[in-house]
Ligand binder design. Structure first.
Ligand code: NAP
Length: 277
């Protein structure tokens, strides 16, 4: 771990899969386990976290808040109001902490309302590949969050992938529609290729292996190249060749137009859901 690392005591309220992955990434990355806390309603996930990563665990959210400088609210969105109200009532220090949240769809303004206007709030939208250390997290801060806070949280979420800071909170809906929902789009697309291979005689296992390794290889090439995605595509598309014939079908069906519609539909749904909180 490099010398510049900012070590604060951080606690996750709600110990589901996403906090578990972030904690795992932090510990593997060298973050001291005794500076990481997790609380959960029931006991089993906490016991597992303590056993796997030697972090501090408690079923008492107030104990966690008292011990931590940074809180990561990780309960389901529909429980957020109730959990915050309980913290505000019993833990007078909560409004002086850096409060971050990974709950989908709950705006920053709601946390100010639940915890006090002066609370420094960062809203984060991680995606599921964070579970395997290859995530994308969109982050958005209120105006009272300091540069040091931003750097600290960037460091934490970099343990599970790429971090992207957003100036406007509304951009979280777009990031969610692209990166949050994106894995499902890729799975859908990959499944189509797998089915095509099966229709032409491949067994399911081989077809899947071929498709997923190709996806991985293409993503790796894209991430290691300076070329645009269009130029990368051109590099594997010889004029008059078989790839060109395949791409022609996508272009005739307007795959770009379909992707545009897909993202817009998901953004609209994110905006609708945000109104529920
Ligand atoms: N999973 C993802 O890929 C993903 C991506 C982006 C954002 N998120 C966000 O992450 C949050 C958690 O999602 P999840 O999928 O991890 O949900 P989850 O598996 O249901 O985890 C939520 C956890 O919160 C615990 N909990 C409930 N009430 C509590 C309380 N009062 N105090 C402490 N802990 C409490 C639950 O405990 P029990 O075990 O006792 O029920 C459960 O372990 C959500 O807000 C979601 O929007 C998740």
């Amino acid at each position: 771990m490099s010398k510049q690392v900012d070590i604060r005591t951080i606690g996750f309220i709600g110990a589901g899969n996403m906090p578990r992955s972030i904690i795992g990434g932090m510990v593997r990355g060298g973050y001291p386990a005794n500076k990481i806390w997790a609380s959960n309603r029931s006991r089993p996930k906490l016991d597992q976290l303590a056993q796997d990563f030697s972090v501090q665990v408690t079923q008492n959210n107030h104990e966690l808040v008292a011990a931590c400088d940074v809180i990561v609210m990780s309960v389901k969105p529909q429980l957020m109001k109730e959990v915050c109200a309980d913290l505000k009532q019993h833990t007078s220090t909560i409004s002086s902490k850096l409060v971050t949240t990974i709950a989908a769809g709950v705006p920053i303004a709601n946390y100010h309302q639940y915890l006090g206007e002066q609370t420094r709030v960062i809203r984060i939208m991680p995606n599921t590949p964070s579970l395997v250390g290859e995530g994308v997290s969109g982050l958005c801060a209120d105006s009272s969050v300091t540069e040091a806070d931003r750097n600290y949280i960037t460091q934490v979420f970099n343990y599970v992938g790429l971090t992207i800071w957003l100036e406007e909170e509304s951009s979280i809906d777009v990031l969610g529609a692209v990166a949050g929902s994106g894995p499902a789009y890729f799975f859908e697309f990959m499944n189509g290729l797998q089915q095509a291979a099966e229709a032409l005689g491949f067994d399911a296992k081989t077809a899947r292996a071929m498709v997923q390794q190709t996806a991985l290889g293409a993503a790796k090439m894209a991430s290691e190249s300076e070329l645009s995605l269009v130029d990368l595509r051109k590099q594997v598309t010889s004029k008059g060749g078989s790839t060109a014939k395949g791409i022609e079908v996508y272009q005739e069906r307007d795959l770009d137009g379909i992707s545009d519609q897909v993202v817009r539909a998901a953004v609209a749904r994110n905006q609708e859901m945000a109104k529920l909180f």
